[in-house]
Design a protein. Structure first.
Length: 553
């Protein structure tokens, strides 16, 4: 293989570079080894990434030896939970691009031959996988671990219960003292949000697509096994370097299908659609929304996981983690066993000795699934001609029809909810929240949780060109494309317009004639950009639509 590190370690003319490397601890014999970058999104701004620095040290122990020398660096991460419901959330999806770009820049400048990537909170996971696919040097991914659920009144809870509690308090359903107790108990320690929300969904993707060691996606952040897994990941990278196995050798189209199938079976976050499209873009794989829907019609929903079900990630870990789900899918011929993984073995070879526990109800079997179809569906129709995304897991209705109640931002909708201006039967439309128009395509856990907490979760349909948290449940349709800033029909929707949802037909329709739509667009004016300078302005000029992953190019 090409040894990129020769650019900084070999020859008299590289004396200055070696002098700098000696200052950080390398010695003569290290200059003939592979140089490995060990990157984490570790920080203290979110519990999700608290483990990053510690796991980096363990990974470096695994890397260092006769073949490789590891050097630790870091990248950013923001907290989705803390940035939720205000202007800060506009930075969240943007951070995914910054993470991928920053990792690429360090790898490019320092001439590392390979890397170990470690991530926790929602955007750092896909950001690392995007960087691995883009750079295409031997790489391995390690999840920073899930948090344990909190406990309130004898029940397991998580951060989603706090957001729902806010809505319940605003409607007088619970007291401020009860909300305070939920707040104090929801997040007991380090690790990403405990349910099958976006972080745990993307950790499962990392394993299912072949970029993580089997069984590592479900290990709790506090578990010693995660420290062992970090060292093993570092050791395994040496194998990938010697065999010259690169991310694009692993992340093939069939591997992406395996990952999508796993998300559908788990009832995972709708954000996985956005992130897998972005990762496939970097891997130069032709993946589109139709693939998600085609698989969604044939892959059953099997896992009874939060936010719609009973269990958290730690419960999946107790029965064997993602490998158990993969083995069930494999035995029912729903995933491809021939895809290569970072173990150097195929998916099928990795699963040969996995036993499926029978006396458990965390994961069902395809002959008795939670639902015959996967937990995510792609909708088209006159309101979303280029597609939109809905989490069907936990939804009990097939059709919904009602008048539009239109808002120009999430905050406007929240204010309306708290002032009793959202009623049963409404179709709440929130626009100007897409990748360009937001900018940043905010998650909307604040409004979706508040609607549920207010007791309207089954009685209101919410539609947006923004996106949702992995903790969102209920009648919520996101990623509407084209977004309003791209002159999608959502831009000209008005209060009282009839909107029809038909899940079985995969249709979302704005009941207007073509002539009326044309007439409205003739008088439509785009709103002024919210940001005219800085990173959010730059992002809005570069970002693509949600139907292609909201990537910048």
């Amino acid at each position: 293989m090409v040894k990129f590190s020769d650019d900084v370690t070999q020859g008299v003319e590289k004396s200055a570079a070696r002098a700098m490397l000696r200052a950080v601890g390398l010695q003569d014999d290290d200059f003939n080894k592979f140089q490995v970058g060990i990157v984490s999104a570790g920080n203290e701004v979110t519990p999700c990434n608290l483990t990053g620095p510690e796991l980096s040290i363990h990974a470096k122990e695994g890397v260092n030896g006769t073949d490789s020398a590891g050097l630790i660096f870091s990248t950013i991460a923001v907290s989705d939970g803390i940035s939720m419901g205000h202007e800060g959330m506009r930075a969240s999806l943007v951070s995914r691009e910054v993470i991928a770009d920053s990792v690429e820049l360090v790898m490019h400048a320092e001439r590392f031959d390979g890397m170990v990537t470690i991530a926790g909170c929602d955007k750092s996971l896909p950001g690392m996988l995007m960087a691995s696919a883009r750079i295409n040097r031997p790489a391995i991914f390690l999840y920073g671990g899930s948090s344990l659920p909190g406990v309130y009144k004898g029940k397991d809870i998580s951060i989603v219960d706090v957001f729902e509690g806010i809505g319940a308090f605003e409607k007088g359903i619970i007291s401020e003292e009860e909300l305070y107790e939920i707040e104090c108990n929801a997040c007991p320690g380090q690790g990403s949000c405990a349910g099958m929300f976006t972080a745990n969904t993307m950790a499962s993707v990392g394993e299912a697509i072949g970029m993580s060691l089997p069984g590592t996606a479900s290990i709790p952040a506090e578990d010693q096994r995660l420290r062992t897994a970090a060292k093993e990941s570092g050791l395994q990278l040496n194998y990938l370097l010697k065999e010259d196995i690169k991310p694009r050798d692993i992340m093939t189209l069939e591997a992406f299908k395996n990952a999508i199938t796993t998300v559908l079976a788990l009832g995972g976050s709708t954000n996985a659609v956005l992130h897998l499209l972005a990762i496939s873009y970097e891997a130069k794989i032709n993946l589109d929304l139709n693939t998600f829907d085609d698989l969604g019609k044939s892959v059953p929903h099997l896992a009874d996981m939060k936010p719609f079900g009973k269990y958290h990630m730690v419960d999946l870990d107790k029965i064997g983690g993602v490998p158990v789900v993969s083995k069930i899918l494999l035995e029912n011929k729903l995933i491809d066993p021939n895809c290569l993984t970072v173990t150097g073995k195929t998916v099928g070879e990795n699963l040969e000795n996995i036993d499926i526990p029978k006396n458990q109800d965390v994961v069902s079997f395809p002959n008795n699934p939670i639902s015959k179809e996967g937990g995510i569906a792609i909708l088209n129709g006159t309101l979303s001609p280029n597609g939109s995304v809905v989490k069907t897991a936990g939804i009990e209705v097939n059709k919904f029809s009602g008048p539009a109640n239109v808002f120009e931002s999430e905050q406007d909708a929240l204010d309306a909810l708290f002032n009793n201006k959202i009623e049963k039967g409404d179709v709440v439309v929130i626009r100007n929240e897409g990748p360009k128009g937001g900018p940043g395509m905010r998650e909307m856990l604040q409004i979706t949780a508040a609607i549920k907490g207010a007791g309207l979760g089954k009685d209101v349909l919410l539609i947006t060109d923004g996106r949702f948290s992995g903790g969102t449940t209920g009648l919520c349709i996101g990623h509407v494309t084209p977004e309003s800033f791209d002159l999608g029909p959502i831009a000209i929707c008005q209060n009282g317009d009839l909107i029809n949802l038909n899940l079985s037909k995969r249709e979302l329709n704005l009941e207007l004639t073509e002539s009326e739509i044309k007439k409205r667009f003739e008088s439509y004016k785009l709103p002024e950009p919210r940001y005219k300078s800085g990173v959010l302005s730059k992002y809005s000029k570069l970002v693509s639509g949600a139907d292609s992953g909201a990537v910048t190019s």
